[in-house]
Write a protein that binds this ligand. Structure first.
Ligand SMILES: Cc1cc2nc3c(=O)[nH]c(=O)nc-3n(C[C@H](O)[C@H](O)[C@H](O)COP(=O)(O)OP(=O)(O)OC[C@H]3O[C@@H](n4cnc5c(N)ncnc54)[C@H](O)[C@@H]3O)c2cc1C
Length: 489
């Protein structure tokens, strides 16, 4: 059925929010008139060096589920290929009058610039473009002091329900091989990747809050226990197949139940989990305020520190798991196959690349972005900079990969799975000496930290981006570094 009336069509631009529940743009659009649910495959985006097949595959599974969910409501999903502005312009010509509804996105620089272009085009054409927040991230934030309470207010708001009906001006043609004309930068297959989609997301959340979450406390550091003890919600949050508010509210309800039932272990686990749901937005907020964190040191006093020392051979050995440090190599090899690592192992492999191998974080960050199915720029670049020592507001933490192996994989279960040649006696020797490399790194860092004006810039960074939460332990050591370190250990 062709669109014949002169009614305005409300385009819902799905981006990293691939769901129908608690979806502000979809809700508002359906209240306003006929709706055109749209996902745009942008070939230029997929050429960016932080994109990969695992991202596309996960998104592809989400799109299939989203289309199915929209069909149940009487609509469907339209998938367009090409530039976003050109797509909106062609929709404007096709439907006459359009209004665009989308979630705010804190993405990489490419999507940041793309959104600016879309906004500019909309203004020039007189097209209304409504953007709605989907996280506790505040656009245009000027004062960080009240951020935590704003987060809570956002999370407490009632969720948007699934609309009763999605009435489209024509029947969208649906999803079939969406990325066929948009090859991505990295084509590495991920045979053990976790599946995407709305239903997969719901089942991961339910499984975590009814069963697996019991083991969260104490279970999320070791690569043996973490794949089932951690929530595994990251990719669903990153692509929005679940709403963060749904996760937070369901967790609060589960916490209440655990309190009533006197389930101490559950309570402790859920408290730790809930803290990380704050961190999610806390880190994205930083990139929202300072998009330059994707490609510049948070503390500019570190500029010039690693730029001229990039060792390609070290980089290759690190990427492919050939460093001679069994836990590092096991992590890097497993990452290629599974697309996921637990927090501590992500921190350790980053610290090893940045301190032991003295590789600039820009290249390692891009590689890990491609390898993590759950790539979320706001969390990613901030964490990378923290683990590389370039924030100026966190303690320098250099992981000892030998000690980590003893602590986190004492029986070599994980290591034997991914580095079988260790047992066979054919394993490569270490490419750097841990003690020497970490001492050298500390000396190099110190030289930069002792430059004039360094502390003043640290204070300014803390004022703009630092967490205002107080540590519960070690209260006496109140330097900026220690306050932050105790929060994120
Ligand atoms: C170098 C490095 C890069 C990282 N890059 C990413 C990334 O691209 N995308 C991503 O989602 N996470 C990233 N993290 C954070 C963290 O490692 C992952 O969120 C977590 O391992 C995902 O597994 P999970 O969902 O089971 O986590 P859980 O422990 O179950 O946590 C639940 C949710 O809380 C959030 N979260 C957890 N830990 C953190 C943290 N330290 N900082 C901010 N938010 C957190 C995530 O949304 C996560 O899904 C990175 C960490 C490091 C050290």
């Amino acid at each position: 059925m062709a669109h014949s009336s002169n009614q305005t069509v409300h385009v819902v631009w799905f981006k990293r929010d691939l769901r129908v529940a608690d979806h502000a743009p979809l809700w508002h659009a359906t209240q306003a008139g006929p709706v055109w649910p749209l996902y745009i495959v942008e070939p230029a985006y997929w050429q960016q060096p932080d994109t990969s097949l695992r991202h596309q595959d996960f998104i592809g599974e989400c799109l299939i589920d989203l289309d199915r969910a929209l069909k149940k409501l009487g609509g469907g999903l339209a998938v367009a290929r090409g530039d976003a502005v050109a797509t909106f312009e062609s929709l404007r010509q096709r439907f006459g009058a359009v209004v665009i509804h989308a979630h705010e996105e804190t993405g990489n620089d490419w999507t940041f610039q793309r959104d600016r272009r879309v906004r500019q085009w909309a203004t020039t054409q007189g097209v209304a473009f409504h953007e709605y927040p989907q996280f506790g991230v505040v656009r245009g934030l000027t004062n960080r002091d009240r951020w935590a309470s704003q987060w809570t207010t956002f999370m407490k708001k009632p969720r948007y329900s699934v609309p009763d009906r999605v009435q489209c001006p024509e029947l969208p043609h649906g999803v079939s091989d969406p990325f066929r004309e948009a090859p991505c930068f990295d084509q590495t297959p991920t045979p053990l990747r976790q599946p995407g989609g709305l239903r997969a997301g719901e089942s991961v959340l339910t499984g975590f809050l009814t069963d697996r979450g019991f083991r969260y406390r104490g279970g999320i550091s070791s690569p043996n226990s973490a794949p089932t003890a951690a929530s595994r919600l990251s990719a669903h949050i990153a692509y929005g197949s679940l709403s963060l508010r749904q996760i937070v509210q369901t967790t609060w309800a589960r916490q209440e139940k655990a309190r009533e039932a006197g389930q101490t272990r559950w309570r402790q686990s859920l408290a730790q989990f809930e803290k990380r749901l704050h961190w999610h937005c806390h880190f994205i907020q930083k990139l929202e305020q300072q998009p330059r964190l994707e490609y510049e040191n948070m503390h500019r006093g570190f500029d010039g520190m690693r730029e001229n020392d990039f060792n390609e051979a070290f980089f290759d050995a690190w990427k492919t798991g050939q460093t001679g440090y069994p836990l590092i190599d096991a992590c890097m090899r497993s990452l290629i196959e599974t697309g996921w690592l637990t927090f501590r192992m992500r921190a350790m492999v980053t610290s090893f690349a940045s301190y032991h191998l003295w590789l600039h974080w820009k290249e390692t960050a891009l590689y890990l972005a491609r390898m993590f199915t759950d790539y979320e720029p706001g969390i990613h670049y901030n964490q990378i900079q923290m683990q590389s020592g370039t924030t100026g507001i966190n303690a320098t933490r250099i992981y000892n990969p030998v000690k980590q192996a003893q602590d986190q994989d004492p029986d070599h279960h994980f290591i034997n799975q991914w580095v079988p040649e260790l047992k066979q006696g054919t394993y490569t020797s270490p490419i750097v000496d841990h003690q020497l490399a970490q001492r050298l790194a500390r000396e190099r860092m110190k030289a930069f930290r002792h430059q004039a004006g360094f502390r003043d810039e640290s204070k300014a960074i803390f004022q703009a981006l630092g967490s205002r939460r107080r540590p519960t332990r070690r209260k006496k050591k109140t330097t900026i570094d220690k306050r932050q370190a105790s929060l994120f250990d």
